[in-house]
Design a protein around this ligand. Structure first.
Ligand code: PHE
Length: 337
């Protein structure tokens, strides 16, 4: 039996030194335990006197082997870690892959800038729905069914009474219905018209403004527009109001800005006039106030609506509105700020 133990010791000891992985060491340990069990099973044939003596020998053998397994485990673990690090090694001197970061679309840039300018003057943002009823888009805005002004905007109807809003002015009604004056809101959003050429797209963006309070006059509108024009374009940009017509404002005005390209002398951009038309505005028509339950003898207000694409085209010198919707990255890359 002693020989058996001795040969097992030699065999296992030499093999332990050869193991290089935790798995191999574990398998060797299982083999050792099985062999040891065999040796211990043979103990039942020993005499009473031999048994305790031999038991001690086996115990010592077992303990010394286990200590060797444990110390080899530390070494093997170290080897495994080293191999793993070697495999995962990264050459930090290699040039990295460069990924292009996205950027905001020029429409979004202009929209954000408009919101910035007007919120600085105390306007709050309200967003209305893109699908509207005939009432909010037209009737409540003093444009009943047979009104000739309906022809000013070619409308996409979804059903008899449902349409894609042609103007963010629909939001004026939604706000005034819910909120009592004083009101000072800015309403950005997409609008839709059956209209398509170099300066018109069937889908475009508008920015609506509405102020209702006691004693609001056209002068307030003009002053606010002046402030807007100088912030959006240059500090020398001038504002000009021309009489116009919208069913929901009275009086109505068309607002021109002095041409930022030529400073008002006349150039190709302003078609020689020195002025560029940028938005429609006016004093809220008393019928519209009445439709929303606001007393027109107590309150007055002004409203304005501008095309975001138009402002973007003027600001960045874009001559075809379609380039804003084609998503050609060569075009869009120019607006990364
Ligand atoms: N809704 C008008 C349009 O789309 C613009 C406008 C808004 C005019 C508010 C006056 C007041 O043409």
């Amino acid at each position: 039996m002693k020989e058996k133990i001795e040969s097992l010791r030699q065999e296992i000891e030499s093999q332990i030194q050869l193991t290089e992985t935790g798995r191999a060491l574990y398998e060797l340990k299982v083999k050792f335990q099985t062999e040891l069990k065999g040796i211990m099973a043979g103990m039942k044939n020993l005499t009473k006197e031999e048994k305790p003596l031999f038991g001690k020998v086996v115990n010592e053998f077992k303990q010394s082997m286990e200590a060797q397994f444990d110390s080899r485990a530390v070494v093997v673990k170290e080897m495994e870690l080293k191999a793993q690090y070697e495999k995962e090694r990264i050459d930090i001197t290699m040039p990295g892959k460069s990924y292009k970061a996205g950027a905001l679309h020029p429409i979004t840039l202009v929209k954000n800038e408009l919101i910035d300018i007007f919120s600085g003057m105390g306007f709050e943002v309200f967003e209305g729905p893109e699908i509207e009823t005939d009432y909010y888009n037209f009737t409540a805005l003093n444009t009943p069914k047979d009104h000739p002004a309906r022809d000013m905007q070619d409308t996409f109807y979804l059903a008899d009474n449902l349409l894609l809003r042609t103007q963010t002015s629909a939001g004026q009604i939604r706000v005034m219905e819910k909120q009592a004056p004083p009101i000072k809101i800015l309403s950005p959003g997409r609008v839709f018209r059956s209209d398509d050429d170099a300066t018109h797209s069937p889908m475009f963006h508008q920015m609506e403004g509405l102020v209702v309070d006691k004693g609001i006059t056209l002068c307030d509108l003009q002053g606010m527009l002046q402030e807007f024009a100088q912030k959006m374009f240059t500090s020398s940009t001038k504002v000009r109001l021309r009489p116009s017509y919208f069913p929901f404002t009275e009086p109505s005005v068309e607002v021109d800005l002095s041409c930022s390209e030529c400073g008002g002398k006349g150039c190709r951009l302003c078609k020689g006039t020195g002025w560029i038309e940028v938005l429609g505005a006016g004093m809220v028509n008393r019928h519209v106030l009445e439709n929303c339950g606001v007393d027109p003898d107590e309150y007055t207000g002004f409203a304005f609506g501008m095309g975001v694409e138009r402002i973007a085209m003027l600001k960045y010198g874009i001559n075809n509105i379609k380039t804003l919707f084609e998503n050609d990255t060569r075009f869009l890359e120019q607006f990364e700020d």
